[in-house]
Design a protein around this ligand. Structure first.
Ligand SMILES: Nc1ncnc2c1ncn2[C@@H]1O[C@H](COP(=O)(O)OP(=O)(O)OP(=O)(O)O)[C@@H](O)[C@H]1O
Length: 263
């Protein structure tokens, strides 16, 4: 279980997130939407341990989330972070090797064989077996995202964080990736947090959708107020007019918003 208790994040005078409290049970698939710059990625980074809250608490199974990334949480970014000089198979293996041999980044003998088998099984799962010996520059965008997902999953995380992982992909490939991520979510009993700009993607994939938005705006001091979670919706129960209003809000630039308007 993940508990978010009166969480704030500020960078100097810039309040990014303001007093967020939520509980997420194991196995939920939470999708995060909101205007650009409202703090969705910052929120994921706090879950990962790359950033710390300035106030409040973030607990995983009752313990504060460690302030550096560890094996319990994996992340996939829109901009994939693969090693260009390693093959697809080696890229997946190295994610595991770093975890098991953090100083050397190398495993030997039986251990290495075991990791290779695990990596091959994951490549099969994400549909990359035919590309196992290729190098990242030889892959399409969709294949690279499959690789990034395999890299995150080989560490057997409980929580998977996805930061607009499919934003750059063509619609057909996106649909394939949706099926893949749903399969992996179920099969690995993952808790998923996924940022997306596409509301329909958020509704399709999630069991729960969060809208991040600023309830208060001061045009003279844009950083004075932070975003909150203004909607927390169980998916499948949203009236069409609410949906339209939400998509409009997400598309609207911050400076066009009316001062003091609430969500
Ligand atoms: N390391 C940092 N130092 C200072 N300010 C930062 C830092 N990281 C993010 N910010 C600021 O925090 C705010 C939220 O950024 P964030 O990237 O989390 O937004 P976002 O909702 O993910 O945006 P987008 O949808 O465009 O990706 C922005 O105003 C950004 O400038």
């Amino acid at each position: 279980m993940i508990e978010i208790k009166n969480l704030w994040k500020e960078y100097g005078d810039n309040v990014v997130l303001e007093d967020i409290s939520k509980t997420v049970n194991d196995g939920e698939f939470v999708t995060l939407v909101g205007t650009s710059g409202c703090g969705k990625s910052t929120f994921l980074k706090m879950l990962l341990g790359m950033e710390s809250p300035t106030r409040g608490q973030l607990l995983i199974d009752g313990q504060p989330i460690p302030d550096e990334p560890d094996q319990s949480r994996g992340i996939v970014f829109q901009q994939y972070s693969v090693f260009p000089h390693l093959s697809v198979l080696e890229n997946v293996m190295i994610a595991r090797e770093f975890e098991r041999a953090p100083l050397l980044g190398k495993l030997f003998g039986g251990r290495k064989k075991q990791v290779r088998e695990e990596a091959r099984a994951l490549l099969e799962k994400v549909g990359l077996t035919p590309a196992a010996d290729k190098y990242p520059h030889e892959l399409s965008g969709g294949m690279r995202q499959r690789l990034a997902i395999a890299q995150a999953l080989i560490r057997k995380p409980k929580v998977l964080l996805l930061d607009e992982p499919f934003g750059a992909l063509d619609p057909g490939i996106r649909a394939d990736m949706h099926q893949l991520i749903l399969e992996l979510w179920r099969e690995h009993n993952l808790t998923v947090f996924m940022v997306t700009h596409d509301l329909s993607e958020g509704f399709y994939l999630g069991t729960r959708l969060w809208v991040f938005d600023k309830v208060r705006h001061d045009p003279q001091a844009p950083g004075a107020w932070g975003a909150q979670i203004t909607y927390d919706l169980p998916v499948g129960e949203i009236p069409a007019d609410t949906l339209a209003k939400m998509q409009q809000q997400i598309n609207e630039p911050e400076d066009k918003k009316i001062t003091g308007e609430s969500a």
